[in-house]
Ligand binder design. Structure first.
Ligand SMILES: [Zn+2]
Ligand SMILES: [Zn+2]
Length: 408
């Protein structure tokens, strides 16, 4: 007997295809209990989706908790990680420097964090709403053991930032490791999401499973690409040769109100030109690292990339430096809010912004601004940062870019 809500037909199964082909009324073809389930889980239908509609709906908070657990898995992503080389369990490794950056913008040890959690999304109906977090936890992930974290990132944590090739390497390495860690967590959490169709009808089950398939495909492609990029950076780390690192540095007159560390695959330039087609999951997307950090004299916005993955990054930054120099920090803010969750805000600055500014920035966080115009000037001026100079790191040498800028 066909169970209520179970799919009458599933043309994805060889065992049913022949009957489907010759049947006048394909929807009457029954799915065998012992065939592989239509959802692609690899389990038999009877052990997977057969009774799904009559199962109990999962508690959303339990699901949220399971997903949170997947996103705090522990590992050490150092290339020499192993039971003999790692020192203890993985620690909460900062992706934005705690003392040099976060402490500088904190108010009583706290900064605003923009990315929404489940509670916020539930309360606001899907809107982001920045909340205060302590700087000890801000920007951390359990992706390195204590020994490897401090050895690997010493050039950023202990030396003054001057964008040496080695520092540029670490400025890309850390967000790449962080992003890889998050994508692996995302892949693990897809299995949790596959369960949310329990107690729902067949049409909803199909929607949920297709959404998971789509998510999984995109995540797989991202993991492949990030692992490839990380392998390249690991190799340079082993040789301690960093001449292939490229960076564009925007030197600021003051400590930035926004700190950021991330890596992204840019799809459109600041003037709305397509840089690469991100729907192509076969060809690797090319990445650019992005950091806003504090220095002893003010701050820096640093775009950093690897010369072998440089095309879109170069074109993105060409469109940035063509802007009038006073507009560049505003463009950097659009880029930060458009692309990154790993974003921390000076409390006084955020609270002092007008409501309209705050709303527009959080809308950017939720990718509401339509592309290709996402990075184009929307007229918003939320910061007062002045550019003191522009520099380029190329072939191991840091040079001023001001001659190029003088002509624009
Ligand atoms: Zn199934
Ligand atoms: Zn380790």
């Amino acid at each position: 007997m066909r169970r209520r809500g179970s799919p009458a037909s599933a043309p994805s199964f060889a065992s049913n295809l022949t009957s489907f082909l010759f049947c006048q009324n394909p929807s009457s073809v029954k799915l065998g209990r012992n065939v592989l389930c239509w959802c692609g889980s690899g389990k038999k239908y009877k052990r997977c989706h057969l009774d799904r509609e009559s199962e109990m709906r999962p508690n959303p908070w339990e699901i949220a908790e399971k997903i949170r657990t997947e996103f705090s898995w522990k590992t050490c992503l150092h290339p020499q990680a192993g039971s003999h080389t790692c020192n203890g369990p993985s620690i909460r490794a900062h992706t934005i420097r705690r003392a040099a950056d976060l402490a500088r913008i904190a108010r009583r040890g706290h900064v605003y964090y923009v990315a929404p959690d489940f509670q916020t999304l539930n309360r606001t109906g899907g809107k982001a709403e920045p909340r205060l977090v302590g700087i000890n936890r801000a920007s951390t992930f359990t992706g390195f053991c204590a020994r490897h974290d401090s050895a690997l990132f010493a050039p950023l944590e202990t030396d003054e930032f001057r964008c040496t090739p080695e520092q540029a390497h670490r400025l890309l390495y850390r967000p790449v490791a962080h992003e890889l860690y998050k994508k692996i967590a995302q892949q693990r959490s897809t299995a949790v999401f596959r369960d949310i169709d329990r107690g729902r009808d067949y049409a909803d089950q199909v929607i949920v499973q297709q959404w998971c398939d789509h998510r999984s495909l995109g995540t797989d492609a991202a993991i492949r690409h990030l692992a490839e990029l990380k392998a390249m950076l690991d190799e340079e780390l082993a040789r301690q040769q960093y001449e292939k690192m490229r960076a564009l540095i925007i030197d600021l007159d003051r400590t930035p109100d926004v700190l950021c560390a991330g890596v992204t695959q840019p799809d459109f330039s600041f003037d709305g030109v397509l840089l690469q087609d991100l729907s192509d999951t076969i060809r690797p997307a090319l990445s650019v690292g992005f950091n806003i950090l504090a220095t002893s004299t003010g701050g820096m916005v640093v775009f950093v990339w690897h010369s072998e993955m440089g095309g879109p990054a170069r074109r993105l930054l060409d469109s940035l430096i063509r802007l009038p120099v006073q507009e560049i920090p505003h463009a950097a803010i659009r880029f930060a809010f458009e692309n990154f969750e790993n974003l921390y805000l000076r409390p006084e600055w955020w609270e002092g912004l007008g409501r309209q500014h705050r709303e527009r920035l959080t809308e950017r966080m939720m990718s509401i601004v339509p592309f290709p115009a996402r990075l184009e000037d929307d007229g918003m001026r939320a910061i007062a940062w002045q550019v003191m100079g522009l520099y380029e790191l190329h072939d191991g040498i840091l040079r001023p870019l001001s001659s190029t800028l003088a002509s624009v």
